[in-house]
Design a protein around this ligand. Structure first.
Ligand code: E4P
Length: 222
């Protein structure tokens, strides 16, 4: 499963890129608004760091303007993926963008029915929001499993991008269910590394190595 960061924060993107595990980026208007840069400049700077897909969202309400915005975003860099909302206008705009040869990510997906629409217009990615489903006391993982199963049965090419990750177990469960990619906040990606036994083990190895070197040094000086 590919690992994406769900952020527009350049310092976090640089850090995760340095880890060698970053496959792509998703942004949304809320995340972009936190960064204090012009949107186009922000996306350009992200694409300069990350060679994988970088999702940038259109914000218009009608399909013609969404298509115009999508085309403009695609001019920023080849790896920009146009994010369109799961609405009638968004799907209509997405279908046109796909016809023009642009990759799209259908966002704000909360049902398998919506995921079928995204696949049928040839979206590159579909983004079910697991965490937000859990937030309203429903089962985000059940939604993901339903979409993955439907896509396998139908042989759809659209990649399932599990979104709205709240914690590392969401990422693990998404991988087990068969998501193609998972997008998460920086803090969740950071926590994927952590295990207390790893810390204890590393500390013990360092102590033992230092004691070993000290014993050798003492023996040499005898
Ligand atoms: C995905 O592309 C969205 O940007 C994102 O995962 C939304 O997550 P949130 O529910 O944490 O805002």
């Amino acid at each position: 499963m590919k690992l994406f960061l769900d952020t527009a924060h350049l310092a976090h993107i640089e850090t995760a890129s340095g880890w060698g595990i970053l496959d792509g980026i998703t942004t949304n208007p809320t995340l972009a608004a936190k960064e204090g840069l012009e949107f186009e400049e922000l996306i350009e700077r992200i694409t300069a760091i990350v060679p994988g897909p970088v999702s940038a969202e259109v914000v218009a309400e009608d399909r013609d303007e969404m298509v115009r915005q999508g085309q403009a975003l695609r001019k920023i860099a080849d790896n920009v993926v146009v994010k369109v909302p799961m609405t009638q206008e968004g799907i209509a705009a997405g279908a046109r963008l796909v016809e023009m040869g642009h990759p799209i990510n259908v966002t704000l997906v909360f049902s398998a029915a919506q995921a079928i629409l995204a696949a049928n217009i040839g979206a590159t990615f579909v983004s079910p929001f697991l965490g937000r489903v859990d937030d309203i006391a429903n089962d985000g993982l059940h939604l993901l499993a339903e979409i993955v199963e439907t896509y396998v049965v139908q042989g759809y090419d659209t990649e399932v991008l599990a979104a709205s990750m709240r914690h590392p177990q969401h990422v693990v469960d998404s991988a087990r269910i068969g998501a193609d990619a998972s997008t998460m906040p920086f803090e969740v990606m950071e926590r994927l590394f952590n295990h207390p036994l790893t810390d204890i083990g590393n500390e013990r190895f360092t102590q033992d190595w230092n004691a070993y070197q000290q014993a050798l040094a003492e023996r040499r000086s005898e």
